[in-house]
Design a protein around this ligand. Structure first.
Ligand code: PEP
Ligand code: MN
Length: 341
């Protein structure tokens, strides 16, 4: 970090900043210039909080030279992180992964019908919410533990891995007992108690981007999980809020490419929540893979018209199946291919 002093900063003010830096066990390197003095901080293993210096007299500006997140950055780890699941699915490697399933687990019949489609299409991870964070408290909230039990049954039956959401720290402990991947939803991206808990649990985590979160905030949220000792984190771009309600959200496809550059963590696109419109889901899925995503998570329902949540964006079975073929072709052009079992 660089601390830039005002042009009329006095020697005692410069010395005060230097001693504040030294009190943290770090080295201060004042660099007098023609106009003003800048003070470099060296020797920091972790990012330094700029707020510690911003308020000192004579300080004009603090400039971070390295990213505020450490362990999630490419500087920390050059090679891509690859997350391996119990059914053999590798996320973040050469091949692209497809995750599919209903928004919410509704019944054994519905979930098994969806799982059959997902496995039959060649996808390897089954999604389905048991604990649902709904915008309205009167909307279907999910089956809870019964939903988790159905997911576990479907996993055994179809050989799929399972991803499902946890909404609070207690719930995360229960979800981690059943799921291969614990999903943190957009609404909880900055629920730091929850992030720390999934960091301690050690199960793979899919961290969705908050609907109004900057890329930096998203990566800092991931840093919470890694800082607790869990390196198995994938980032999910699920669309951000825009000014236009023509689509539910705006797929930030550029952020997929950007985050692949900034971080070694796998990135997953969620074209379902990004668009919220069935006919737009497949094009957005194609765009996600084309932009460099390591996979997609897509909602599909055996009978979208009767879905208890997000029916308007659920793909009918045949469209899910044809999408997987299209994504395979795109992945192959990029020299990647699709994860299969
Ligand atoms: C979901 O995956 O069904 C979901 C609620 O997603 P998000 O948190 O991205 O809104
Ligand atoms: Mn949904």
């Amino acid at each position: 970090m660089l601390i830039v002093m005002e042009h009329d900063a006095t020697e005692p003010q410069i010395e005060r900043v230097c001693s504040a830096i030294r009190s943290l066990g770090l080295d201060a390197r004042p660099m007098p210039g023609a106009e003003r003095t800048a003070i470099g901080i060296v020797g920091n293993e972790r990012p330094v909080d700029p707020a510690r210096f911003a308020g000192l007299p004579g300080v004009r500006q603090t400039l971070s030279v390295s990213a505020p997140y450490k362990q999630v950055s490419r500087e920390w780890r050059r090679e891509d992180t690859v997350i391996e699941l119990a059914n053999g699915t590798r996320i973040g490697g050469r091949q692209v992964v497809v995750m599919g399933g209903p928004c919410a687990v509704e019944s054994e019949q519905q979930l098994f019908a969806a799982a059959e489609v997902v496995a039959g299409a060649g996808a390897t991870v089954l999604r389905g919410g048991a604990f649902k964070p709904r915008t309205s408290p009167y909307a279907f909230q999910g089956l809870g533990v019964e939903g988790l039990e159905l997911l576990a049954k479907a996993r055994d039956r179809f050989g799929l891995a399972v991803v499902t959401e946890a909404m609070d720290p207690e719930g995360a402990r229960v979800v981690a007992d059943f799921a291969d991947i614990v999903q943190i939803g957009a609404r909880n991206m900055q629920n730091y108690a929850l992030l720390r808990e999934v960091g301690r649990l050690g199960r793979p985590v899919m961290l969705k981007r908050g609907m109004s979160a900057t890329v930096k905030e998203w990566l800092l949220a991931a840093e919470y999980i890694l800082a607790e000792g869990n390196p198995h984190v994938m980032l999910c771009e699920r669309g951000i809020r825009g000014f236009d309600d023509a689509t539910r959200n705006v797929l930030d496809v550029g952020s997929i490419a950007l985050v692949k550059r900034l971080s070694h963590l796998p990135v997953i696109g969620d074209p379902s929540h990004a668009t919220g419109v069935r006919d737009l889901v497949v094009p957005a899925a194609r765009a996600s893979i084309a932009a460099g995503a390591d996979g997609v998570i897509v909602e599909t329902h055996p009978n979208p018209a009767e879905a208890l949540s997000d029916g308007q964006q659920a793909l009918p079975p045949e469209r899910f199946t044809s999408m997987v073929g299209e994504l395979r072709a795109i992945a192959e052009v990029l020299g990647r291919g699709l994860v299969g079992l």
